[in-house]
Design a binder for this molecule. Sequence first.
Ligand SMILES: [Zn+2]
Length: 206
Amino acid sequence: MDAVRRTAPGRRARGGRRTAAGAGAAAVLVLAGACAADPPGTGAALRTLAATVGATPSPAGTAADGAIPDGTTLSPFDDGAPAVRNLDKPLLEALRRAAGDARERGVEMTVTSGWRSKAYQQRLLDRAVARYGSVEQARQFVNTPEKSAHVTGRAVDIGPTAADDWLIRNGARYGLCQVYANEMWHFELLTAPGGTCPAQLPDAAG
Ligand SMILES: [Zn+2]
């Protein structure tokens, strides 16, 4: 995913990320964009971090793990990819209804991360711990396999920004809610269609 895209709008970078002690400006931007939704072990977030610290990125998971290759996205209607196919059925159905309606209004929705295997989630967390120096720091951005809603197929990350904006405004019609204030792309089925979404948590550690 595009860490810059995710951190450019003010609301996505709000909160404590910009003031994280000991982090440089570039690293802070990466941190803000590289949370449970798109951990720093994948995609552009990793490349950005690698460019910052001189590390060499390597794949953290395969398609069978639910990983989505760099530079690619999936359609919510793609049944061939485990990342989509293994989503919890009610979430997937709600997502597809929303994606269909969004498309009719000219907004194309893509899945940037969906279901993840436990092993993949653990590797993402391990990488984050190695990079940020502690489990506590890493947990602000990457959940444990036991806690990640991606592992149970009950969370999906959506892009691009226009689709995130659309889903934030309209998701509750389908029961889809933004969960974390620092992740405008991460949605879960948390209310009935037309219901009210619960208050957002500040981040994945909240
Ligand atoms: Zn997510």
